[in-house]
Design a protein around this ligand. Sequence first.
Ligand code: TZP
Ligand code: MG
Length: 179
Amino acid sequence: MELIFGGCTVLQYRNKNGSAGEMLRQALALKIMTAVGDVKLIMNDRADLCLAVKFDGVHVGQEDLPPSSVRRIIGPDCWLGYSTHHPQQVSEGDQTSADYLAIGPVFATSNKDKPDPVVGLEGVHRARQLTRKPLVAIGGITRANAASVIEAGADSVAMISDLLRDPRKSAEEFFRILR
Ligand code: TZP
Ligand code: MG
């Protein structure tokens, strides 16, 4: 809720260790909790859970079901996000029915197991040249470097650690910096 009060408009539910049942319960709780706000909810990895809890979209990576299969499951209206980590993946992602592509990790991150090599601002710039889909940059993004990431060509940024310490204050500060 603090993130929403701070201005965040899209939240991803991400749980790499929970059982399907636990994820379902937590996602439903999140949905109920956030119903008052105008926030889009994205389920990480799992198209089935996205449908089960009526989230707004699902985000998959290179090792999940491919976008074409996910699209068949979720239908035309749910958002589909697809993670990419180097130029070839961006080009391939551009040819899918994904609604947006993620590019990263832009910088070093401690919130992903076995992260791909960092792509840096140059990787964001390169990705921008390869797709006109909305581009979400992720990985090591902070209030201090977010403007440079947008400047490099990202349409938006996804953040974990830099928002967690004091979520509302951090989010408010983030939006002040970008506006
Ligand atoms: N995918 C690439 S980096 C990352 C994910 C899920 C984690 C981002 O977390 P942080 O704390 O913003 O670096
Ligand atoms: Mg995934």
